[in-house]
Design a protein around this ligand. Structure first.
Ligand code: 6PG
Length: 221
């Protein structure tokens, strides 16, 4: 099920959706995945001032660059600076993708962490945030890359030829196991891409974001 929200108040609308989703949850531990890139940063910064019971949140990352957590390109670093270092989240409730490791090892360790927390069934996020690129990628699921074909593993290494870099990313099975997905997209090009998808264009990696038993909210700013 899809919902498209076009807004002139992108950050406050995103915060409102995140807060209400947490408040409505009956789960003892609320599982939320953070996305990278530049779009979510002001949303994370705004969340700092909200009354959220951070001690009951478990945080994952939908993808990571293959750099140390201290590197300016690190999605973890961005989230830690903007949010995680400023709220009372438990350190062992942050499941970081270790970008400093070999990508295959990093993906394997992250998946092991998720499997330890999901007693045999697939790890289900209560809310998974995603960004999107103007080429229709999401997480690090880029057009024409091998991770698009992953149907078993939850977290995989993915070489991105256009950037000549490795990434570590959640796969479609893990993403689509989420109860709710919030896609954060700003700018006219992304807005048009979403509209093309809604009109049936399934050629983009993000077109295949379709939760098995969940909802997608496309927040367009
Ligand atoms: C990353 C993200 C990626 C990002 C998009 C959009 O690691 O970069 O996971 O999928 O969300 O590239 O990035 P912007 O928000 O900077 O446009």
């Amino acid at each position: 099920m899809n919902e498209v929200i076009k807004t002139d108040h992108f950050v406050s609308e995103a915060v409102s959706i995140i807060k209400s989703t947490i408040a409505e949850s009956n789960e003892s531990v609320f599982r939320m995945s953070l996305c990278g890139g530049g779009t979510p940063r002001p949303v994370y910064e705004a969340l700092v001032n909200e009354a959220i019971d951070w001690e009951n949140l478990e945080i994952t990352f939908s993808d990571e660059r293959c750099v140390p957590p201290s590197h300016d390109d690190s999605n973890y670093k961005m989230a830690a600076e903007a949010l995680l270092s400023k709220v009372s989240i438990k350190e062992n409730n942050i499941i970081r993708i270790k970008g400093e490791l070999d990508p295959v090892e990093s993906a394997s360790q992250c998946e092991d962490q998720l499997r330890k927390r999901s007693n045999g069934s697939i790890y289900m996020h209560d809310l998974l945030l995603l960004g999107m690129g103007e080429d229709g990628h999401t997480a690090s699921l880029f057009p024409g890359t091998s991770a698009l074909n992953e149907s078993e593993r939850w977290v995989v290494d993915n070489y991105i030829p256009d950037k000549d870099v490795n990434r570590v990313t959640f796969s479609y099975p893990l993403i689509n196991a989420s109860r709710k997905i919030l896609v954060l997209a700003t700018g006219e090009k992304k807005k048009k891409l979403v509209n093309d998808m809604i009109d049936g264009d399934e050629s983009f990696p993000i077109s295949k974001i379709s939760p098995d038993n969940g909802k997608v909210i496309w927040l367009l700013g």
